[in-house]
Structure formats: C-alpha cells, structure tokens
Design a protein around this ligand. Sequence first.
Ligand SMILES: *[C@@H]1O[C@H](CO)[C@@H](O)[C@H](O)[C@H]1NC(C)=O
Ligand SMILES: *[C@@H]1O[C@H](CO)[C@@H](O)[C@H](O)[C@H]1NC(C)=O
Ligand SMILES: *[C@@H]1O[C@H](CO)[C@@H](O)[C@H](O)[C@H]1NC(C)=O
Length: 514
Amino acid sequence: AYHLSFFLLLVVGVCWAQYSPNALSGRTSIVHLFEWRWADIALECERYLAPNGFGGVQISPPNENVIVTDPWQPWWERYQPVSYKLCTRSGNETEFRDMVTRCNNVGVHIYVDAVINHMCGAHAGAGSHATCGSYFSAKTEDFPAVPYSGWDFNDDKCKSRSGDIENYHDISQVRDCRLVSLLDLALEKDYVRSKVAEYMNHLIDIGVAGFRIDAAKHMWPGDLKAVLDKLNDLNTKWFSAGTKPFIYQEVIDLGGEPIKGSDYFGNGRVTEFKYGAKLGTVIRKWNGEKMAYLKNWGEGWGFVPSDRALVFVDNHDNQRGHGAGGASILTFWDARLYKMAVGFMLAHPYGFTRVMSSFRWPRNFVNGRDVNDWVGPPSNADGSVRPVTINADTTCGNDWVCEHRWRQIKNMVIFRNVVDGQPFSNWWDNGSNQVAFGRGSKGFIVFNNDDWDLNISLQTGLPAGTYCDVISGEKEGNTCTGEQVYVSGDGIARFHVSNNAEDPFVAIHVNAKL
Ligand SMILES: *[C@@H]1O[C@H](CO)[C@@H](O)[C@H](O)[C@H]1NC(C)=O
Ligand SMILES: *[C@@H]1O[C@H](CO)[C@@H](O)[C@H](O)[C@H]1NC(C)=O
Ligand SMILES: *[C@@H]1O[C@H](CO)[C@@H](O)[C@H](O)[C@H]1NC(C)=O
C-alpha cells in the first residue's frame, strides 16, 4: 500500500507535504535562534525577520527539561526531557503561544526541536530539579508528569554491555541502546508513540509549522513514521487545510556507517551534515580543496537529493565540536571565511537552508579540546536567560552573536528569496579559488578566495543596469552604501574583488538595481 500510494501521488503530481518547509511563498530560509527566549523571538519576528524575508525560526526544545548544576546549566540540559509541559528557561506556555501567534501573524513560522528519542540521562538523579518543577526519577525511570515508567524504555532490547551505544556499525545498538546514557524511549510501543504524538499535536494546534526531529538516527524509521502518522494537519488559522507539518530529521551521516540519511526519506527531509563539513574544508583550502571544485556542488558531492536536504554551514552541536563536529566546520569565530561559506550556501540552489544564530561563550582550548563546550546561554546569576538587546548599529548585545543580522548574511537571505526558482547558471572559475555563478536572470555572485587580486569581465545573465553589491553595502532608497557593479547590454560586467577586501566576495541581484 505504501508503494502504491507513493506512485499515485507522483502520478497526480502532489508533493508529499512533510518535505515542504511550509514557509510563505518567496521565503526560502529559516534561522536557528539557539537558546533564545520566546519573548525575544516574538520581537525578532516582528522587528527583523519578517521585514527581511526570513521564512521561519528553529527554536530550542520547548518542553520541560532537567536542570543540570554540574556543569552549571549547560546548553545540553535542554536535550534531557522530564515532561512535555511547555516550560523551560526560554519561557512558559503563555509566552510560547504568544510567540507562535505573533510570528505567524507576520508570516514567520516556528519549527520546534522535538526531543522524542529519549528522556533525561540515567545519572540525572531523582527530585524536582526540572524546569517546571515536575518530579522524576532517572534511576527508576519514573516520569509521572507524562507519565512514563520503566515499561516505556528500551532497556531489554539493548544488547550492548554498558546499555549505551558502543558500536555505530551495529544498527540495533544505535537505535535500541542509550545515546550517551540518555534513557531510550520504547517507540515500538503504541503508548509511547501516542504520548509523543500528543505532545507534537499540542504544538501543532498552537500553530507551529514543523519539527526538527532530534536524534532521528537513534530511532527506527518505521517507529518514527508511526508517530508522524498520528500528527494533525497544521492550524488552519495560518495554514491551508490539509497542510502536513514540515519534518526534518537529524541524521548524522558523514559516510562510513550502516545507517544512511536515505533510510529516513519516507518520513521527511534529513539534515545533510556532509554539506558544512565539506564546505568548511573547501573554504579553508584544506586537503588540496579549491572553490573551483564546487562547480558540481550538491548531489555531485555525494549529498542526498536537494529536495530531501536541510543544509547549514554549522549547527549548535558542531560549532562547539559536538555531534558531527570536526575542525573544518566554519563558525562565527572565523567570521571572514564564515560569511563566504554562508554566502555560497545561500546563493546556491541546493537544499533548504538554515542560518545559525549563536551566543558567544568563553572558548578555552586545552590540548585541542574546548573545555567550555558545555557553556549555556548568556544568563543571570539566578539562571534566567539574559534578553537579546539590540544596539544602535542593529547588532546584538549581551553576548548574543546574531549572525543572521550580519549585513552580508541578512542580504544573502534576501538574495536567495529574489533568485528562488532560477537555475544555476554562468559558472566561471579560474581553476583555483576564484569562482562565480548566477541564478538565471535574477542574481550573480563572485568569490575571490585566492591570495591575489581578481579583476575580470564575466557574463552575469542579468539585465543591463547599475547594481549595488549587497556584501560591501546595500541599496538604501536610490543610493548604494557599497560598491557598484555595471552590467552592460550583453549581460557582461567587470568585477574587481581584492583578496584583501574585508569580505572577498560580491553579490548583485535584480532587487538591488539602482
Ligand atoms: C509566564 O511567564 C510570564 C513572564 O514571566 C509571567 O508573567 C506569567 O505569569 C507566566 N504564566 C504562567 C501561567 O506561569
Ligand atoms: C586564477 O586567477 C588568476 C587571476 O584571476 C589567474 O592569473 C590564474 O592563472 C588563475 N588560475 C590559477 C590556476 O590560479
Ligand atoms: C582592472 O582591469 C581593467 C582592464 O584591464 C583595468 O583598466 C583596471 O585598471 C583594473 N583595475 C584594477 C583595480 O586593477
């Protein structure tokens, strides 16, 4: 029946809805506002994300989690659920509802990080040290606020010696044992599936547009499908009747393991971790990589099909060496290269794009490892999260990095919207690290990641006119605060990009024509 219905859907030309991001038409990216408070996200939707064409926000897990005090309230405590009540250091249910309503009302949708593979760690103790004050006991696997009891966990199914995942080449271990001691829910049980679906449906009814499925690799695709099959359609206050939630599953597949991202295509999209790892290697010019090799970027690099991919340069895990971390990952700490990588991602048609927005932490490398990789968001002494303040120059204060507000990144989010649906075109490279490409007749971008000047005439595919480079500046009224580019009647323009420029790339699009 599964294959037959898939065939019928193809025949009638209906796209399976869980692959569609459910963003407003013409909005092509989301931003992860990592650890932001709901009150700040609501304000950001209204004052910044909607006016600048962002399609949505991935939020940190909204359900009750363990309060960890050693180390002091790490970011990862939010990946240790205690119940499905909506109260965390980001806010309570009232604030959550207010955020979803206000963001939806300005056309910016909310995507929830859904932690449904597990509850808290086995060593989290017993008591009410949880963000809503619910009692739990990790030792006896008792979570009365759901409720779950020992029957609802996978202990008997797990065949590893320690009860934790020890061998990533053993598929059953990866899915039936504990991920770093996190109590592994028995998603083969209809009761557990129903409690998880009840939580997700509560969020859908409030008005969210979709879910990042945390640790999807650690669940059987069929178990996950059984949960997703129980989900409601989206709230018709903001979405058309019959709209399914957008699903993107965290499956870390860098190759070399038996579990593949493609195992999860039946459920929705997957996070393509090869994307940021490879792009970082290329932009850093490691391992002999060059930007010229990006000509066949995408499936040509062994990535999942574009319409199954959720892509990003870095995420909250690998920006601090967790998850599929690796030294090649570019982050705000390497701002100049990072902007080029994000610019390339947003200009290139492959995948659905997610921009990272981080907080600063006191990075401290000891023997090559950041011993502060656990540090949570900017907080007050009582553990409450500090608000996101906005400076006069539109950047953020209180140690919020707000990469999404960096001019170069914000303008490339707009570029991607302007060129949406246009083909990858007019590729040029110098066989090294100077490359350029267009998006049909709507936009063109040029990179100089070599150690020498670039000064060349290129076919842009754009209509004749004077364009404002949206990297060195932007169009304000009828003037340009950055460099100007002159496209002649035959579509050709001369680009000069110094290797010493603050940002050695130039981007123009038809909405930044003077
Ligand atoms: C939710 O948080 C707000 C802001 O702190 C507070 O005013 C309100 O009373 C809280 N609501 C509930 C139901 O706890
Ligand atoms: C790269 O660019 C420069 C100038 O744009 C050019 O002279 C050079 O030959 C190009 N090719 C290589 C392989 O560096
Ligand atoms: C770029 O090349 C053109 C044509 O050769 C030349 O007129 C111009 O001076 C060059 N610009 C720079 C900054 O080198």
